[in-house]
Design a protein around this ligand. Structure first.
Ligand code: ARG
Length: 588
């Protein structure tokens, strides 16, 4: 189906042509005076000069040409030449019935689906997930779901940080503590134990300790760099230890991402492309792109049009070690060879923007990526605390994601048992579901690139632009529907009727925007558009609900039309929250 604005515009264009004007003038937009009209067209104003005619005259002629139109209920030509429009309730209900009958509410699928690789999550092995990783996971998951819904193939890759200095640091600290471990015996040639010589809790304690030591003790740092080098060059015992670290850490990560309703198709990491690096480097050299500068191997990526200095992209350090860059470039190489994507999207902290600019330019210049493949950086802003500074624990440390989630679950649980008596188990489960909506909606309702304030009180409130508000609305609709059903009402055959009142029509108009909203949200990789859309719907629904006695209505036909409207509202809301990566409980 076409989006509603397009259908209306086409009708308007026909009228402009019929009145003797260029049809292109008939573009209709949403009204910026909702008190006066639902849509508007400013084409008469735009055409005045060209046709040397007063805009109001043109507007009046077009309005006349719209005389028999089934699309509009009211067309007002108002000085100096605007066309104020109200659409016909019959046309509107037909459009919505079309949404009901078509798959995905009439959203058209692309002729050729794109293959999109989505690089998101990006946690670092053996470091606990912290709130910084939360945004990448939440935004990436939603971007993935939106693109899939829009008909594209999306492969989500977590791109683990599993190959850098942090691995060397952990190995070094393990060696300090347990030098007797078989992994450090160079003469050992047997099979290594299956059990890891540490637990996840130890691992999470070891990393910060090692990291702290290396900052103070340069000899310790040397050791860690050496261990990193040994690991990367394939020393058996180090590799075996590293595999343990990955396994223990990934199991823990999976548990955490599960709780967030975040799911990756690929669990690849920086280490996976290690073997591709030598060949890539050779190609870069052979192509005349990479050269030695101050001992390091670099590729120039500055361009004449640059207004700020873009430093060269460093490929290998003077000691031959690879960098974060190197693995990202090799990953592009691997993705191109294995998956041939049309597009790769990176959902990463916007502070890495310059870095990605360098990587993208280098990949283009050296031919790692084909000219048709789009590389997109979707940078997100910082999640701040109420003090406007990056979110911290009360003690001022980095907030662990797990603790943050627990805290919100607690707050939500408190609110639920305050409102009504529910069995404890149910209250806990509901709290989890609603808390997730609070966190995700709180994040996604902001444009990704902006910083935002993480405000638990506001996010968990059931009023205002929040996840719980959306869920309350949805649960309310479901409860009306089940009461209707319990009273013997038939829902299967219910069809929408023309709106009989203003609040009802307002809700219908909001719903009708689905296709346009989805197209936008996909094209602009913008989950916040989905949030804005469902917030408007929830508001429109609640206004309708407060002014209408739905179940007490005696006119059965009228009631049935409302039930159909509720069903559509429920389905649209449920679809949208799924695109945002959360769900609704049965009761609240
Ligand atoms: N592990 C990185 C970090 O914590 C993020 C990875 C982002 N993705 C990428 N392809 N570089 O900063």
């Amino acid at each position: 189906m076409k989006k509603i604005l397009e259908v209306i515009s086409e009708e308007m264009k026909k009228a402009f042509r019929a009145a003797g004007y260029d049809g292109e003038l008939g573009k209709v937009t949403a009204s910026n005076r909702p008190d006066l009209c639902e849509y508007q067209c400013n084409g008469a104003m735009a055409g005045a000069k060209r046709y040397k005619k007063a805009p109001i005259m043109i507007a009046q002629e077009v309005a006349k040409a719209l005389g028999g139109s089934g699309v509009f209920e009211e067309v007002d030509a108002v000085p100096p030449g605007f066309l104020n429009l109200k659409i016909s309730p019959v046309f509107l209900k037909e459009y919505l019935n079309g949404m009901v009958q078509n798959e995905k509410f009439g959203l058209e699928m692309p002729e050729k689906a794109k293959k999109i690789m989505l690089d998101y999550g990006g946690p670092n092995v053996a470091k606990p997930l912290h709130v910084g990783h939360l945004r990448s996971a939440i935004i990436g998951e939603s971007v993935k779901r939106i693109a899939r819904y829009a008909g594209h193939e999306v492969i989500g890759d977590i791109h683990l940080g599993d190959w850098g200095l942090q691995m060397g640091l952990i190995i070094t600290e393990l060696k300090e503590r347990k030098p007797e471990l078989i992994y450090f015996d160079e003469n050992f040639s047997g099979e290594y134990p299956k059990e890891a010589p540490f637990t996840i809790a130890e691992l999470e304690e070891i990393y910060p300790t090692a990291s702290g030591k290396s900052k103070e003790d340069s000899a310790y740092k040397e050791k860690a760099m050496d261990a990193t080098f040994k690991l990367q060059s394939g020393v058996r015992g180090y590799r075996a230890l590293w595999e343990h670290i990955i396994r223990v850490s990934v199991a823990d990560l999976k548990k955490n991402y599960n709780k967030l309703n975040v799911e990756f198709d690929l669990w690849k990491g920086e280490s996976d492309v290690h073997d591709l690096i030598p060949q890539m480097v050779e190609e870069m050299k052979a192509g005349g792109h990479a050269y030695i500068s101050e001992g390091a191997l670099v590729v120039d990526v500055k361009e004449e049009t640059d207004t700020k200095e873009i430093p060269p992209c460093m490929i290998l350090k003077s000691d031959g070690a690879s960098l974060y860059n190197t693995t990202d470039l090799a990953t592009i190489k691997e993705r191109m060879e294995k998956y041939r994507p049309d597009k790769i999207i990176y959902v990463v902290d916007k502070r890495q923007e310059l870095y990605f600019e360098q990587v993208f330019r280098c990949a283009r210049k050296t031919g790692l990526v084909s000219p048709e493949t789009e590389l997109k950086f979707l940078g997100f802003g910082t999640m701040n605390g109420k003090d406007g500074k990056p979110f911290k624990t009360r003690e001022g440390g980095v907030m662990r994601l797990e603790y943050l989630i627990d805290e919100i679950n607690e707050v939500m649980y408190g609110k639920i048992i305050q409102n009504r008596s529910v069995p404890d188990k149910e209250a806990r489960q509901t709290a989890q579901v609603v808390a997730l909506s609070a966190v995700k909606y709180g994040d996604l309702s902001n444009q990704a690139s902006k910083d935002y304030i993480f405000d638990i009180d506001r996010f968990t409130s059931s009023e205002g632009d929040t996840g719980p508000y959306i869920l309350y609305t949805l649960v309310r609709i479901k409860s009306i529907l089940s009461k209707y059903k319990e009273a013997g009402g038939q829902m299967e055959k219910a069809v929408l009727h023309p709106a009989c009142g203003e609040p009802e029509k307002a809700l219908m108009l909001e719903l009708a925007g689905f296709i346009g909203m989805m197209e936008n949200a996909y094209e602009e990789t913008a989950p916040h558009k989905v949030c804005a859309y469902i917030y408007d719907i929830a508001n429109a629904f609640n206004r309708f609900y407060h002014e209408t006695k739905i179940l007490a209505e005696e006119d059965e036909t009228k009631k049935e039309g409302w039930i159909a409207l509720l069903l559509l509202t429920r389905d649209v809301l449920e679809t949208c929250i799924d695109l945002l990566g959360f769900s609704a409980p049965e009761r609240m």
